[in-house]
Ligand binder design. Sequence first.
Ligand SMILES: NC(=O)c1ccc[n+]([C@@H]2O[C@H](COP(=O)([O-])OP(=O)(O)OC[C@H]3O[C@@H](n4cnc5c(N)ncnc54)[C@H](OP(=O)(O)O)[C@@H]3O)[C@@H](O)[C@H]2O)c1
Length: 159
Amino acid sequence: MATADLDDWRSMYELNVLGTLRITQKLLPVLKRAAGGGTVLFISSTAGIKPYEGGGGYCASKFAERVMARVLRLEQIGEPVRIVDILPGMVRTEEFSLKRFHGDAERAASVYDGVPDPLEAEDIAECVRWALDQPDTVDVDSIVVRPRAEGSYTKVFRR
Ligand SMILES: NC(=O)c1ccc[n+]([C@@H]2O[C@H](COP(=O)([O-])OP(=O)(O)OC[C@H]3O[C@@H](n4cnc5c(N)ncnc54)[C@H](OP(=O)(O)O)[C@@H]3O)[C@@H](O)[C@H]2O)c1
């Protein structure tokens, strides 16, 4: 926090907070008008549950995203809309760590060093599919999903 870069924070807030707000505001009326209802599905993060050192901006933006999902759900009670929030732990995707470490491929790869089977994008896709496949009257409020090797961001089993 003491040395955090304002531009980094700005881009995390732009993407995770304002981007989510913008798309939600555009999507909701369309869902209601064209489809008579539907689901707004957030993909926040376990970083929105428990903060960790070095993750101030990302955690703050993901805490914000979690709050947005919860507030939206309260505000939409009585409407034909479900609000789902999926909170992944460690997922090995193509760009996530690379972007985070500003293109430093070695540092990005080290995030997953020795971790047996981090989650893959397909695991999160399966959570999305399952949540959406529930009957229309069932709102899967949130799903926390981590690889078996991860107890928390700071407690990861490595071989
Ligand atoms: N990977 C993890 O460990 C992890 C864990 C918890 C939560 N998450 C969350 O899961 C979500 C997806 O992450 P990921 O791992 O799939 O990351 P990723 O590999 O970096 O993919 C990010 C995606 O977001 C798109 N994107 C980036 N900036 C955008 C913008 N300004 N407008 C529209 N789209 C934009 C990118 O599209 P382009 O390729 O077209 O730029 C890309 O498809 C993120 O919200 C992330 O915080 C990830």
